[in-house]
Write a protein that binds this ligand. Structure first.
Ligand SMILES: NC(=O)c1ccc[n+]([C@@H]2O[C@H](COP(=O)([O-])OP(=O)(O)OC[C@H]3O[C@@H](n4cnc5c(N)ncnc54)[C@H](O)[C@@H]3O)[C@@H](O)[C@H]2O)c1
Length: 297
C-alpha cells in the first residue's frame, strides 16, 4: 500500500519540526486500506497528536500537492516583499516599514516578509522549479506560470546587490576593489551553501574582478569546496581588514550585533551594504559609515 506523508522540516530545526510539527498530512487510499494506514500513522505520531497538532487526512494527489503548494506560497511571499523592495527603491520608500505595516494585518502576517537578498538553499528554489516542470507535464503550466516570476524576482535581487555594491564604491571601479562578504550560508544557523544567494553574489563580484574575501561562522569549509576561486577568512575582523566595502549577505545574529565603531578602524573605507536589512542603519551611520540596503532609502 502506498501512503503519502509529506514532511515540512526546516534545515537546522529538523528535530523540533518533527516533534512539534505545524500539521500532519496523511495521503491515503480510499476504503479499509486507508483506514488501516491512518491507524498506523496515528500510532507513529501519538505524541504530536496528543499536543493537539492538526491532522489532515486526504487522498494521495492532494497530499503530494500540499508540500509543493506550501513551499511555493512561502517563496511567493518572499518574492512579493522583494518586488515591493524594488518599488521602494525607485519611489524612495522603506520596505522594512512597509512589511511591518502590511504584516500587522492578520490576514497577511509579518512572518516570511523580510525583504533582502531572497531565498535559496536545497528546498525552495528546487521545489518551485520542479513544480513548474511537473505542471507542464500535466499540461497545467499556466496555473503556476507566476512561479517563473517569483523565481526571477528572487534572482534579480542578486544582481541588484552587485549594483548597490558598485554604487557604494562611489566612482571607484569594482575591478580591483576589496570587498568583504559576511555570510556564505543560504540562511543563518546553517552551513549549507546550496543555491546560496550570499555565495552567488560573492562569485558575481569575483567574476567582475573585485578582490572578494568571504567569511561565515559555519559555512566556510563548504563554501571553499563550492567556490575555491574566492578568498576566505575565519573571522569578521580578518575579512574586513583594509576593505573598500563590507557586504552583509547572511543575517547571522553575530553580524546583526556587530559594533560598527569597532570595525571603522579596520576598513580602508567605512561603507556597508546590508543585503538582509539586518543592521541598525542609524547606529552604522552615526559611527561614520555610508550605509546602503536593499529596498530602503
Ligand atoms: N530541510 C530539508 O531537507 C528539506 C528538504 C526538502 C524540502 N524541504 C522543504 O523546504 C521548506 C523550507 O526549508 P528550509 O530549510 O529551506 O528553511 P526555511 O523555511 O528556514 O528557509 C527557507 C528560505 O526562506 C528564507 N527566509 C526564512 N525566513 C524568512 C523571512 N522571515 N523573510 C524572508 N525570507 C525568509 C531563508 O533565507 C531561506 O532562503 C521546508 O519547510 C520543507 O517543506 C526541506
Amino acid at each position: 500500500m502506498l501512503v503519502w506523508n509529506p514532511e515540512f522540516l526546516r534545515e537546522g530545526f529538523a528535530v523540533e519540526d518533527t516533534l512539534h510539527p505545524d500539521r500532519l498530512v496523511y495521503g491515503v487510499p480510499e476504503g479499509e486500506a486507508g483506514r488501516r494506514a491512518v491507524d498506523v500513522l496515528d500510532a507513529v505520531y501519538a505524541a504530536p497528536l496528543g499536543e493537539g497538532t492538526p491532522r489532515i487526512v486526504t487522498d494521495l494527489p492532494t497530499a503530494e500537492l500540499v508540500k509543493v503548494a506550501a513551499n511555493s506560497f512561502l517563496a511567493t511571499k518572499i518574492s512579493f516583499i522583494n518586488a515591493m523592495a524594488e518599488l521602494c527603491e525607485v519611489a524612495g520608500g522603506d520596505v522594512t516599514r512597509l512589511a511591518d505595516a502590511i504584516g500587522v494585518d492578520c490576514r497577511i502576517g509579518r512572518r516570511f516578509l523580510n525583504a533582502g537578498l531572497g531565498f535559496g538553499g536545497g528546498c525552495l528554489p528546487k521545489d518551485i522549479r520542479a513544480f513548474m516542470a511537473r505542471a507542464e507535464e500535466l499540461h497545467a503550466d499556466p496555473a503556476v506560470s507566476f512561479l517563473r516570476e517569483v523565481d526571477s524576482i528572487n534572482m534579480r535581487r542578486r544582481e541588484r546587490m552587485v549594483d548597490l555594491t558598485v554604487g557604494v564604491l562611489d566612482g571607484r571601479p569594482l575591478a580591483g576593489a576589496r570587498i568583504a562578504v559576511l555570510g556564505a550560508a543560504f540562511k543563518p544557523d546553517s552551513d549549507d551553501v546550496r543555491d546560496s544567494p550570499a555565495l552567488d553574489v560573492a562569485e558575481r563580484l569575483h567574476q567582475r574582478s573585485a578582490r572578494v574575501v568571504v567569511t561565515d561562522p559555519q559555512a566556510v569549509p563548504n563554501a571553499r569546496r563550492k567556490a575555491p576561486q574566492l578568498r576566505y577568512a575565519e573571522t569578521v575582523e580578518e575579512a574586513v581588514d583594509g576593505v573598500d566595502a563590507v557586504l552583509v549577505l547572511t543575517e547571522w545574529s553575530e553580524y546583526r550585533t556587530l559594533d560598527p565603531g569597532k570595525l571603522t578602524g579596520l576598513v580602508a573605507s567605512p561603507r556597508v551594504v546590508d543585503g538582509r536589512n539586518a543592521l541598525d542603519a542609524q547606529a552604522w551611520r552615526e559611527a561614520g559609515w555610508t550605509y546602503r540596503a536593499l529596498g530602503r532609502p
